[in-house]
Design a protein around this ligand. Sequence first.
Ligand SMILES: Cc1ncc(COP(=O)(O)O)c(C=O)c1O
Length: 470
Amino acid sequence: MVVPAMDEDPGLAVPADVLAVDPERMRALGYAMVDRTIAHLSGIESLPAIREADASDLRLALDGPVPLQPHDLAADLATLADTALAYQQHGDHPRYFARVPGPSSFPGILADWLGTGLQSVASSWGGGSGPTTVELVALAWMRDALGLAPDCEGILLSGGSMANINALVAARHLHGDGVVYLSDQAHASIARGLRAMGTPAESIRMVATDAHLRLDPDEVRRAVAADRASGRRPAVVVATAGTTNTGAVDDLPALSAICRAEGLWLHVDGAYGGAAALSPRGRAAMPGLDLADSFVTDPHKWLFQPYDIACLFVRGEGSLERTFAMHPEYLADLHGAEVDLHNRSMELTRRSRALKLWLTFRAYGLPTLQRAIDRGIALAEYAERVIRAHPRLEVVTPAQLGIITFAGVGNSDDDHRTAIAQLNAEGFAAASSTVLRGRTVLRLCIINPRTTTDDLEQTIERLAGFLPRA
Ligand SMILES: Cc1ncc(COP(=O)(O)O)c(C=O)c1O
């Protein structure tokens, strides 16, 4: 074959190894990164749980003109680790109790490294039959171990926000448009997702919660009747299994009964608490998961996974494909007789998030994961006992699925916000406030099995110490 000379194209003069790193150097850098990770994991107790830097200091260290010259990889890796990553919340720290911790475990980290190193992709059967199978297996393990309906079909997404919006898109596609009912305790990502889907404000119905901050079934029934009477079409009820604020679980059997009677779709957001149903103790707190038409849970919260990974399950074989399938010409060669995971959500190119979940189940086995979950539930109940015994603190909501909220006796909203800021600035532990029925309260989310009772006692005592005597 005679190929016309292209000497004049400077692109062809670029060596093929233009981006290559010498294997010995890769090995040394890789080992150094492993060493750093192990040092982090084994010495985390002595690090601050959260650290924030001055923006100008960070800019000074990390900003600059677009680099034109190659810099030393080892030095810049150290800059990332020591400067950028040192200033963040450590959701895996045993005294990180703010918002929702992310207590990841080592098998998950290993699998994520492997998937990244091998550029794994779980998009189509033809382009990733291995990773696809791992994902289908891991999803089936989750479905069965959580006690979801056996006809649930699943997909992994980046987090609860994305899983919830994909669930709502599926609900709308499969069940039709109409009014969506959610409580003021539903996660903010639900209403944001609905807005992003173009759901008009008059079709997003905020329903009152009961005395325990759970979606009130009677109020749902009333709201549905009122909407029908005014000519609207009720479509979806969004329940929460473990609210972010207090860990409350909505009454799924009662809500499901309403949904069946009224022909509504029941979506259950278990992004925070849902994974606790893997253990009998957690499952007892949320009966009725099998009644959900769609269900979300985030293994990067309470199933010890590195970010990011969420599970979405929708009932009915083929329901996700019916909602999301697309068939561009250039993907036709990849289409096999098996599942193309890019047809199960809004994602096309997608990393294999299942590798870490699969390896975690295999490495520990379900009973060990159940014990790790139970420890979180028990630690929060222990924290409740400590708070009840404290002369200057009062429980606002009891320990529910790893979350306790409390307040200083006679202290104001500002006192609580200031105490949280002081605790976080000190770094010994991290916690956050939340607002319940207009009152700012202190909140601990305790799901890291590495947390000790001593960690809890010290954190609670410090918080009490930061509150002015009323
Ligand atoms: C109940 C609930 N739903 C949804 C979300 C959103 O999840 P993500 O942050 O993974 O998007 C959260 C996050 O805390 C949550 O607690």
